[in-house]
Design a protein around this ligand. Sequence first.
Ligand code: G6P
Length: 614
Amino acid sequence: MCGIVGYTGQCDAVETLLNGLKRLEYRGYDSAGIAVTNEQSGLQMLKTAGTVDTLEEKIQREWPTSPDQRFTSGIGHTRWATHGAPSDINAHPHLDGSGHIAVVHNGIIENHKDIHSHLEELGHTFSSETDTEVLAHLIQECYEGELLQAVCAALQKVEGAYGIAVLTDYEPEKLIVARHGSPIVLGVNDNAAMVASDAPALVTFTRRVIYLQDNDVAVVQPNDITIRNVNNVPVRREISHLDWDVTAAQKGGYEHFMLKEIYEQPESLQNTVGGRLDWDLGTAVLAGLNVTPRDIADIQRVILLACGTSLHAGLVGSFYLQDIADIPAQAEQAGEFRYRNPIITTDDLVVAVSQSGETADTLAAVREAKHKGALVSGICNVVGSSIARETERGVYLHAGPEIGVASTKAFTSQVAVMLMLALKMGRCRRLSRRHGDALCRAISTIPEAIQAVVEKDREIAEVAQKFKDLRSCFYIGRGYAYPVALEGALKLKEISYLHAEGYHAAELKHGPIALLQEDVPVVAIMTDMPGKEKTVSNVRECQARYSPVLGVRTEGDEDTADIADYEISLPDVSHYISPITTTVALQLFAYHVARLRGCDIDKPRNLAKSVTVE
Ligand code: G6P
């Protein structure tokens, strides 16, 4: 949810922290702050409601640069409010009662009320409404002359999820960081070290990183990093190489990360499918899945667990698995899964779908499924993320870092992976070699087909112009176009704040049709696939209620020509590929509507890229 950075070394910590925070702003942007120190100046802190730019301006105003006062260690935070409204006071870092210990925190301390009351009895007073300030005071209460010991002692009293970084001017060249349920990654360099909640903050600093695991506590110094668990037992963690391109975490000339990521899809999809098709056997190679044909033959059902956009990708996946692999499959909201006592058997394959690999509800659902004995795997984008590690088997998207809060390239790669999963499972069951070959051919055309859609950008922008003043609208589709309708509507509401609902085209008559009128348009996905004729009939019903219809159709398809009031025509592709092509067109449509309305597309209000709280 929020972004954490920390630095200790010889460079200017203020500048380094601000650079890191700018790269993490997609994690949260309602308030930001830093705390810094050096050998002489004690602990200094500045924080504010607003963005990292607001913080930077405040720093320039209130901390005039002086060559004698360079800070060499510090921690910083960009916040997405959970406890307490976005305000200067609730912004992180938070100080202990003495003003010598500063803490930044992601996650939620669930027993903060009990700790708060206990600390109040001991005479502590608090200025914010946050659980993090309670943690800072708890660390102070546990402090007996060494920060590491104090943090470990405090964390033993804490319940909930955290990724934290702690700084004190008692030990100015040291950061203590810890994780339990919320990621922390360490960047290793010569004579300096950096920490962050997410790797994009580190890419310009180093490629050598260490991912902390749950219950790890690290002492980070310029020339030394030691890691132990909360019980103070040393643990070894490997150094990994970050293979992200620096430019991947920058806008590269595009107005927004979202647009850049939409345009990157021919390449990100090539990276997802490249090298994963076995043309000899007409199947897909998903080595990380680590299942034998015998395992696949024994699987009786697939359950796909996810949230948000990933859930829509899971829904497409469930259709593929039933259609292609002939296996019962269902996509389920991860947030509900464990609360309704799911019936899971050892013959079930559970697939967690998550771009970040950190979504709290999906992670909790994975644990429940594992506990019940299912074979659990993950489809994640972020390498080394919590879900990727907990599932131990799975498929990475290789889509590159996704910074835009509204997910785009991760969705299309998830769908491509699920199509390959269905192909692989199908070929181990009843799918013929001939069908396997045809699917391999279809999959290999995805990047080219997406390039053709992206090239329609200007046309789509013109259509968006007609819809920018709508108040409310519906997206409809059936079959593979149904999850696309859900995803198209989600994109529009996320970034343009317009009310949009995705519906199965057949469901429109069961209620929503009552809302249709001249100023409530309908976006109908009626590309050439089974069921499109029925969607065309539904379009006519909408038009009879005076709703203007935007039809997303296949170029040259006579059945859908001259039906809709406005149209986006897309290349003719296999209906298995159309969820990808149509979604990309609807991403561009949502993007342009939001741009024309002047919305802050990369920082949509109230949203966060990665939701690490329930
Ligand atoms: C948040 C993001 C969505 C994303 C969802 C699931 O709500 O804003 O874009 O689809 O989380 O995230 P995941 O990382 O699990 O795919």
